[in-house]
Design a binder for this molecule. Sequence first.
Ligand SMILES: CCCNc1ncnc2c1ncn2[C@@H]1O[C@H](/C=C/CNC(=O)c2cc(-c3ccc(F)cc3)cc(O)c2O)[C@@H](O)[C@H]1O
Ligand SMILES: [Mg+2]
Length: 214
Amino acid sequence: TQSTRPQRILSAVQKNATRGDPRSVIRAIDQFCSQKEWAMNVGNEKGCILDSVVSEVNPATVLELGTYCGYSTVRIASLLPPYAKFITLEFNPDFAAVARQVIAWAGLEDKVQLVEGASSDWIPKIKEQFGIKTFDLVFLDHWKEHYLSDTKLMEECGLLRKGSVLLADNVICPGAPDYVEYVRSSPRYKSHYFRSHLEYTKAEDGLEKSVFLE
Ligand SMILES: CCCNc1ncnc2c1ncn2[C@@H]1O[C@H](/C=C/CNC(=O)c2cc(-c3ccc(F)cc3)cc(O)c2O)[C@@H](O)[C@H]1O
Ligand SMILES: [Mg+2]
């Protein structure tokens, strides 16, 4: 049977990256996706912005919405302090299976908890299931029409505290207009747009960093 794109990405990692070396895993995926097949990883240009925000926040608790193949999961996990708790939510079992193997190849399986399921189902259960009070950092990279509803759900579930940072991919392309309008107009957020390019292309895209104020 035909392989899927995520399976081909995993094969490229297993072929070209060194076990236990997260940077070589990131490089292998970026090389594959720029030379062979485009895929919706955050990519290296926006990935460097992601890295700088993770390093600046130095989070003890992180939530990622939309694991896909685990590219940004590996970038984030490789920068976390040893005590950090990192949960990534992925509701497609095939993508989750690939992501687990990519994360394991990078040697980061002990730093990340990949939870299979939908964000809307899991966000209300995170406090009790994982003993997490609030998130210092949330990376949004799942279905763009769910960015806003999931952000409001996180607010309602008390998962954000004064200073929590939301970092959202794809502000321009594909775009998340209702989310961007919300975080830029709400007095409860201080937002900043990091202009960049769509992964592996010359098209404009960027990340929106929003700090929760209350
Ligand atoms: C209940 C549904 C919402 N909750 C969810 N909970 C858990 N996982 C969820 C999820 N939604 C989606 N996912 C997963 O996130 C991933 C989805 C990501 C969606 N991303 C995009 O559409 C995207 C798309 C582009 C893109 C840009 C230009 C273009 F021409 C074509 C595509 C670029 C990106 O960087 C993107 O992130 C998948 O792995 C999916 O299974
Ligand atoms: Mg994205």
